[in-house]
Design a protein around this ligand. Structure first.
Ligand SMILES: Nc1ncnc2c1ncn2[C@@H]1O[C@H](COP(=O)(O)OP(=O)(O)OP(=O)(O)O)[C@@H](O)[C@H]1O
Length: 612
């Protein structure tokens, strides 16, 4: 697990080029058009001011050509009227295309992570939250900011050139006023981005409490235990803490803006006094004074817009940095460029002195596990809660690599194999299986995407898991949405399907594993935990048929379900302490025999003898 970096580490903004490249690839047409429209829109006010000056000068001197200038001003006004609409449309178009590309890249990067470790790293999760919240808005904002920045430079350049022709000193004063504004706004933008990073964990906790209160699965406990108010208070406390940080920054922003406003007012006032005194002296004409005032206002408006653009682009760049960090997050497992192809299992899987812990500061979960699962045989794994059984399953799927020792597939270390190829060879029903808010058919079809729409195969898998009749009897059969949280798949009618019972869900998850077909290794982690005794008996009979002749690992606390496994192993405090057949282990009278006796004593008819 990595330490949460301070804001200093990522203060260096970068990525304008990356954002522009993304926009160029996503929407080259709108990008070019937006650039052109911005240039025209930025030059138009300068042209308009010059036309006005010329018009006023000619009116004063009685020169000809007033109509042409008037018509030109009208045309320019028309262009200025239409351009904002065109700009808005192009911006929206660019936003949509770039936002789509950014989301695609972000979630592709997430899906490329081969293991689970990053999802347990709070720093990564904070980054991911900011990146996913801003992935649709930040890259387009960076691009638009960069374009608008060029536009502001054009406007300022045009008006500044104009000012220089009238009074180089005033040009210098106006320009000098922009420098503190630029520095102050950039500092503010940095503080904003740093504040967003600082309040990241607070906001994530706030969302967690809010989500919990809106979660259907949590609703029962929340209501029974009366936790609503408690969670609301916790959510509000987090929100208040985040708001406090935001408020402090807003106040600082207010002070900065007021100071800048005063600075601009002083410069403006000075300019007007200078212009009035100069026109009285007759050094400049009416047209000059008009364009002078327009130029001062133009430079100041342009500078304010430039400063805002720089500050907001800078802030977006800092947020974009999170996006790029997530995108460039190195894989949590070393995937060698040249991996060994994963062959069909021939001899078996062997764990040699496997040591594993979830983090450098965490206790060891597995402490030198030696175990083999011979090809074509079934291994039943027994152990107390927390002994490391599910952890071992995660290592077999290569969600993590052991810190010491190795797991070998026909003698080849899993570290030398591509995890995706390895997982292709594994079918699994996890202890914490998923219940997807999708249709019944899709819930099963996800086990093998190639057969997502193969209804006969899906029904066959459901029959194998004993859930076909239940699903067929749903209001829309296999097309019923197994959720009440969404509307139906067409999105217009409330789903008339109901979520299933715990045991029915477990059978659906089992059907998903069955659909996966004849994989080389079948892992079943507590496959019958939610089933009634009859259903449990039924499912173990079905699973036995499904497992026969296959390499399988079966984990269950119901020891009766494991007794016919070819081999049993007992995991205790991270080590294999017993192994053998059911009869061997019972005869040995060790840990397994004790657990078996405790459990079976509950199934005798008549009074239960409680050991004192
Ligand atoms: N993602 C994780 N991060 C840190 N520790 C973990 C993680 N998952 C499990 N552990 C710890 O590893 C130990 C073994 O957990 P594991 O789930 O493998 O046990 P188990 O034998 O499957 O238990 P059970 O019979 O209750 O399902 C536990 O102490 C648990 O707290």
């Amino acid at each position: 697990m990595t330490r949460r970096p301070s804001t200093r580490r990522w203060r260096r903004p970068g990525g304008v080029r990356a954002a522009l490249t993304m926009a160029w690839r996503a929407a080259p047409g709108p990008l070019v058009l937006l650039g052109l429209v911005t240039l025209v829109a930025s030059a138009a006010p300068v042209c308009s001011a010059w036309l006005l000056k010329t018009l006023l000068d000619r009116i004063v001197t009685g020169a000809a050509g007033l109509t042409t200038i008037g018509v030109s001003l009208c045309v320019l006004g028309l262009v200025l009227g239409v351009l904002p609409e065109a700009t808005n449309y192009l911006r929206a178009e660019l936003s949509r295309a770039t936002g789509l590309a950014a989301s695609d890249r972000l979630y592709s990067a997430l899906n490329r992570l081969p293991g689970l470790a990053r999802f347990e790293d709070p720093t990564f999760m904070d980054r991911l939250r900011i990146a996913s919240q801003s992935s649709a808005t930040t890259p387009p904002a960076v691009v638009q900011g960069a374009i608008a920045l060029v536009g502001s430079v054009v406007t300022i350049g045009g008006f500044l050139g104009t000012l220089i022709t009238i009074s180089p000193w005033m040009a210098l004063v106006v320009l000098a006023g922009a420098i503190p504004a630029l520095i102050a706004e950039i500092a503010l933008a940095r503080r904003t981005a740093a504040m967003l990073w600082r309040i990241g964990p607070t906001e994530r906790r706030e969302f967690f409490y809010a989500d919990l209160m809106a979660n259907l699965d949590a609703a029962k406990e929340l209501r029974l235990f009366g936790l609503g108010g408690f969670l609301r208070n916790r959510m509000l406390t987090e929100r208040r803490q985040a708001d406090g940080e935001r408020r402090r920054l807003d106040r600082r922003g207010l002070r900065v803006q007021v100071a800048l406003g005063l600075l601009y007012a002083v410069i403006n006032g000075g300019g007007i006094i200078w212009a009035v005194s100069t026109v009285r002296g007759g050094t400049i004409g009416v047209g000059d004074i008009a364009i002078f005032l327009a130029a001062v206002a133009g430079v100041q408006a342009g500078t304010a817009s430039l400063v805002n653009q720089v500050a907001s682009t800078h802030q977006h760049l800092l947020l974009f940095q999170h996006f790029r960090d997530v995108e460039r997050t190195p894989p949590d497992l070393v995937v060698r460029p040249r991996t060994t192809p994963v062959p069909a299992l021939d001899t078996g899987i062997e764990l040699r002195d496997v040591w594993f812990r979830y983090g450098p500061d965490s206790p060891w979960v597995l402490r030198g596990v030696d175990l083999s699962i011979p090809c074509g045989q079934s291994l039943g794994l027994v152990g107390r809660n927390g002994s490391g059984k599910s952890t071992l399953v995660k290592l077999l799927c290569r969600f993590y690599d052991p810190q010491r020792g190795s797991i070998r597939w026909d003698g080849v270390d899993l570290r030398d194999m591509d995890p995706t190829q390895l997982r292709e060879r594994i079918g699994a029903l996890f202890q914490d299986y998923m219940a997807y808010d999708l249709s019944a058919a899709e819930n099963i079809g996800l086990g093998d995407l190639a057969r997502l729409t193969d209804r006969p195969a899906i029904r066959q898998a459901a029959q194998g898991a004993g859930v076909d009749e239940t699903l067929a009897a749903l209001p829309r059969g296999y097309d019923t949405l197994l959720s009440r949280s969404f509307f139906d798949m067409d999105g217009d009618e409330p789903a008339d399907g109901a979520p299933l019972s715990g045991g029915q869900w477990q059978r659906v998850a089992m059907a998903r594993a069955v659909l996966r077909g004849e994989r080389d290794l079948l892992i079943l982690d507590e496959p019958s935990a939610s089933l009634d005794p009859e259903a449990e008996y039924d499912i173990h009979r079905r699973l036995k048929r499904h497992r026969t002749g296959r390499t399988s690992l079966l984990i269950s606390h119901r020891l009766g379900a494991l007794r016919d496994a070819d081999l049993l192993a007992v995991l205790d405090e991270g080590r294999i302490v017993e192994r053998g057949t059911h009869d061997d282990l019972i005869n040995r009278g060790g840990c397994y025999a004790r657990l078996f006796d405790i459990q079976s004593s509950g199934y005798h008819r008549g009074p239960i003898e409680v050991a004192t």
